[in-house]
Structure formats: structure tokens, C-alpha cells
Design a protein around this ligand. Structure first.
Ligand code: PLP
Length: 396
């Protein structure tokens, strides 16, 4: 069914005039192909044989014993590339191919989406440019190198603070003068219409699979489902299959960084105000004058001042509850979960784990909670180690 790009008062497309035809062309192509037999069978094949879908739903027994109720983990960390991002990149990449586009561009902050796009650019033999702030290029040199290995060009962006926000602005600017042959592969369920809708669709296997796996493995729907929320793509991918299941409680977890009260966080649903950025109306981290605030989070993948418009509506309607979890609790659960289950969770995903750990002893023993493990934590081992060293030093 066609969507008008509005989620209540949120969403829309606030973009320069020149981009409107490109977004309309993309919207038209999406509705033409997303249920097309050839498109669906190619995408299913790639999900299965390239990315590794379906991902397992794993009963985390020792972690469950620790918290006092039943915790199941949706293993998106096992996908190719180590996170859910490949789902969206395969979907949009294939759409680009069906549209006859020959070039891909994308923005990246920490490099995770840039790398996933570079992988898919190589897979489809498309010329790929990744826009990345200069600060991030410096901080994430390993991912820059991996992108180059996959044949992508990394374009450093020196504007502003040289981070994700500036990379998106530059990618949009570049796209305005190259819309003919170039597809902008956007990284999350945010940005102008139709991105929030198409990204949700390409991430929806997470929830569709998890729901079926619950029925098959547990014989019932879960009581609670939860996921971390950056731009909101892994969360909406899980949540969308459960929105009509009124008895399933849904919790989105935002990065509260060093604490909401300190202002050093990236939790627009918990503490933001409605505004417009990067083509969409959403809850946004901004000051009284509408200036975008600097955000902060231990997990680079959640460090974004805005959030997908559908999440904004789900907050206002009360269907989903959004909470914030601070860095300290995230680091703590990273260690706890690794020791319980032998799985290193991404710091992003650890936000959802930390929320669940905080419910320890508060829920009946037969409660079933499903957590989306959006990615693996190998990339975060250095950060965890440095924080531990810093903590040890400060306590001397
Ligand atoms: C990028 C990333 C996120 C955040 O993005 P969403 O669009 O909010 O899902 C979460 N987890 C991991 C592992 C990521 O790489």
C-alpha cells in the first residue's frame, strides 16, 4: 500500500526542489518492485545466501537466570558484515539496480553503513562513493581502509564538525547534481520520504522472523520486545511485525550518554523537541533557537541528533515506550553478557541489553523478552578497554 510519507505530524520531505523528482522516482520504483516476483526472489536469495538470513532466535539461558525471566536474542550480529545494516543495503542496492542506476552514494559516521554500502557496491559492480566527515575518517581508519578494499571511494567532508551530520549534508548536496545515474543509499529509517518507509520494509524480516520463531519455539508471542534506537532502522524492523499485537509491550532504547540531565546524550525521543533536519520532521536534539545540539554516546552508531519519524509517532501514540540508558550501564552489560553467553554485543545493541538487565527481579519469572542484537561487538573491544583503563585511573 502506498504511503504519503507522513507519520502523523512527522516525516514528509523537506528537501531542495531539485531532489523532489529523484525521491519521487525512487518512491515509484519501490512500489513497482517491492512485491514484484523477480525482485522478491532475487532479494530473498541475497538475504539467504549473501547475508545469512534467517538469523537465529537464541534463548540466552545464563543471562535469563541472572535477570530472573526468559530472554531471547535475535541474532542480527551473525549477518555478513556483523550487523543488520546489510538488510537495508541489499534492498536499496537491488532497487538501484532495477532502476538502472549505476552509481551508489552513502553517508557514514562510524563507518558501519559506509562499509555495508561498499560491500554491496562491490557485489553489484557499482561505482560507490562514501561521504564521511574528516573527524570520523581519522577516528575510524580501519573502516575507511575496509571500504577502500571493497573498491569504494571515501570522500572526506571538512564542513562543520566533520561528523555524520555534515556527511549527510554533503551527500545530499552531491546527489542534487548527479541524480540521473546515482542512487543515494540512505542508512537508516529517517530522512525524507520514501526512506523511512523503504528502510522499514527492508529491515522488516527481523520482526517477521522473530515473531514466527517465538510462535514456533515458545508457542506464544513474547511479552516484551526491545531494541536500541539510533536513526531507528533495526528497531522498526523488529517492532513493525508486532505493532498490532496489543499484548506485546514494545520498548525502544536511546543512548542517554553521560546522563539526560548533563545534556551529553543522543536521545531525541526522550529529551528532544520537534524540528526539521535532513529532509524530515522529527524529534530532534536542539536548543531554544532551533540550533542542532552536539550529541554524545559511547556507541558511534547511535550518535545522531534525530530519529525516524515513525518512532516519533509511535512515541506520541503511546504504542512504544522510549527510554534512555547511560554509557556506564552499557559498558557494564557488555562485560556481563559476554561472560554469560560468550557473545560480544555491539555497544549499540548493549543499550537494549542494559535496559533488560535493569529489569532484573522486577518481572515475573515466566515473562518472555526478545532483544534485537543488532550487531556484534568486535569493533568495540578497543573502546571498552580504553573506558575501563580510564575508569581504573580515575578511581586511583
Ligand atoms: C548503525 C547501528 C545501529 C543504529 O542504527 P539504527 O538505524 O537505529 O538501527 C544499531 N546497532 C548497530 C550494530 C549498528 O551498526
Amino acid at each position: 500500500m502506498k504511503h504519503d510519507g507522513r507519520f502523523g505530524e512527522f516525516g514528509g520531505f523537506y528537501v531542495p526542489e531539485v531532489l523532489i523528482p529523484a525521491l519521487e522516482e525512487m518512491e515509484e520504483a519501490f512500489y513497482k518492485y517491492y512485491q514484484d516476483e523477480k525482485f522478491v526472489s532475487e532479494l530473498d536469495n541475497l538475504y539467504k545466501n549473501y547475508a545469512g538470513r534467517p538469523t537465529p532466535l537464541f534463548y540466552a539461558e545464563r543471562f535469563s537466570r541472572l535477570v530472573g525471566f526468559k530472554v531471547y536474542i535475535k541474532r542480527e550480529d551473525l549477518l555478513h558484515g556483523g550487523a543488520h545494516k546489510v538488510n537495508n543495503c541489499l534492498g536499496q542496492g537491488l532497487l538501484a539496480k532495477f532502476m538502472g542506476k549505476t552509481k551508489l552514494i552513502a553517508e557514514t559516521g562510524a563507518g558501519q553503513h559506509g562499509l555495508a554500502t561498499a560491500m554491496i557496491g562491490a557485489l553489484f559492480g557499482m561505482e560507490t562513493k562514501i561521504f564521511m566527515g574528516v573527524t570520523d575518517v581519522e577516528r575510524q581508519s580501519v573502516n575507511v581502509h575496509k571500504m577502500k578494499l571493497c573498491g569504494a571511494e571515501v570522500v572526506p567532508v571538512a564542513d562543520g564538525t566533520g561528523t555524520l551530520k555534515d556527511a549527510i549534508n554533503e551527500a545530499l548536496r552531491y546527489w542534487t547534481s548527479n541524480v540521473e545515474d546515482t542512487f543515494y543509499l540512505f542508512g537508516t529509517a529517517c530522512g525524507p520520504h520514501p526512506y523511512p518507509t523503504i528502510v522499514r520494509h527492508f529491515q522488516s524480516p527481523i520482526g517477521i522472523e522473530a515473531r514466527a520463531q517465538c510462535l514456533e519455539q515458545i508457542g506464544a508471542l513474547p511479552d516484551v520486545i526491545t531494541a536500541c534506537v539510533g536513526g531507528g532502522s533495526n528497531a522498526i524492523g523488529l517492532f513493525s511485525a508486532f505493532l498490532d499485537d496489543e499484548d506485546v509491550e514494545i520498548i525502544g532504547v536511546e543512548p542517554a550518554g553521560r546522563g539526560i540531565a548533563t545534556g551529553k546524550h543522543a536521545a531525541p525521543l526522550v529529551a528532544g523537541k520537534v524540528g526539521v533536519l535532513h529532509g524530515t520532521k522529527m524529534y530532534l536534539m536542539q536548543d531554544e533557537d532551533g540550533q542542532i545540539l552536539e550529541t554524545e554516546s559511547i556507541s558511534a552508531g547511535l550518535d545522531y541528533p534525530g530519529v525516524g519519524p515513525e518512532h516519533c509517532l509511535l512515541k506520541d501514540s503511546g504504542r512504544v515506550r522510549y527510554v534512555g540508558v547511560e554509557d556506564e550501564a552499557v559498558l557494564y552489560v557488555f562485560n556481563v553478557f559476554a561472560k554469560c553467553e560468550g557473545i560480544l554485543p555491539a555497544l549499540e545493541s548493549s543499550h537494549a541489553l542494559a535496559y533488560v538487565l535493569a529489569q532484573k527481579g522486577k518481572l515475573p519469572a515466566d515473562t518472555v523478552v526478545v532483544i534485537n542484537l543488532s550487531g556484534r561487538g568486535d569493533k568495540d573491544v578497543g573502546i571498552v578497554e580504553r573506558s575501563e583503563n580510564a575508569a581504573a585511573k580515575s578511581s586511583l
